[in-house]
Write a protein that binds this ligand. Structure first.
Ligand SMILES: [Zn+2]
Length: 286
């Protein structure tokens, strides 16, 4: 039985390990399909298998993208249906949508989906029991950083994978089988370093410093979105199109080539083993 968070166990397997995850949603991209094909090709050239959390709505609009991701060996996870955060939903309606999304994905790939990434990293006390009931084995939505406005941030949560208390996502419960794979932070400072605005705007030094601290004791879970890999963003983004997924324009700086280069910098600096989260789950099950 593990008596603490599981970074140490995972660092013993092989280190450093980085899970590159992508929340696959067609929001914001001017040409979603060509953008995601560029990502597939980049990852293939680098020999990287990622974990891709698909939005149900994206799968319905672009079923061939899900099939392609699966055929290329990426782990397929679920990102909910329509990107409405758990914190803006009633448990019953959220459950119905996640169940629908999971079933759409599973029908298409012919395999069960074990991982979930919540829209906007939204976490509630009812989320983990709900996910477990639906057959998920892990969640990767806890951002164990200082709270960032009202977006996210569970500052007391462990910075490495752990078995969470189902009713309290910040607490460890060694008797629990469900797993949490929290997003990367700078452990002591509790600053976010998992992806998004932080990695694109604070410069490569911030990213490399963060990872050097985190990777000492366990794996790092990074997150990206398809639109971050392209400079061709929709110019007519409106809040009504995407519900609560709307973001102000400053969120969209340094997309495209910058992000590809950043992943290459990380690779050069740490020579990591890029793993899917499912591989980490399997390591822990041994
Ligand atoms: Zn998302």
């Amino acid at each position: 039985m593990h008596t603490h968070c599981l970074g140490f166990e995972l660092s013993q397997v092989e280190k450093p390990s980085i899970a590159l995850t992508i929340d696959v949603e067609h929001l914001y991209c001017e040409d979603f399909e060509s953008c995601i094909l560029d990502i597939f090709q980049f990852l293939e050239r680098r020999g990287i298998s990622s974990t891709m959390f698909f939005l149900g709505r994206t799968v319905l609009d672009h079923p061939e993208i899900l099939d392609e991701a699966h055929a290329r060996g990426h782990e397929i996870g679920c990102h909910g249906f329509d990107h409405i955060p758990a914190t803006a939903s009633y448990p019953g309606e959220f459950k119905t949508k996640v169940k629908q999304s999971k079933e759409i994905i599973e029908r298409s790939i012919g395999q069960s989906v074990i991982g979930f990434r919540s829209p906007n990293f939204s976490i509630t006390n009812w989320l983990f029991p709900l996910l477990k009931t639906l057959g998920f084995k892990y969640d990767s939505s806890v951002y164990p950083c200082l709270p960032i406005f009202r977006w996210y941030g569970l500052r007391k949560a462990p910075p490495y994978p752990y078995h969470p208390s189902l009713g309290n996502p910040e607490e460890i419960d060694d008797a629990e089988t469900f797993l949490e794979f929290p997003l990367a932070i700078i452990p002591d400072l509790r600053l976010p370093a998992g992806g998004g605005w932080w990695l694109r705007n604070l410069g490569p030094s911030y990213c490399l410093f963060s990872l050097s601290r985190l990777l000492r004791k366990g794996p790092a879970i990074l997150y990206f979105h398809p639109w971050e890999f392209t400079e061709k963003l929709r110019s007519n983004i409106e809040e009504k199109d995407f519900g609560t997924a709307y973001k102000p324009s400053f969120m969209f700086r340094r997309t495209g080539a910058y992000v590809f280069r950043l992943i290459d910098r990380i690779t050069k600096e740490f020579s990591p083993r890029f793993v899917t989260i499912k591989e980490l789950v399997n390591c822990l099950a041994i």
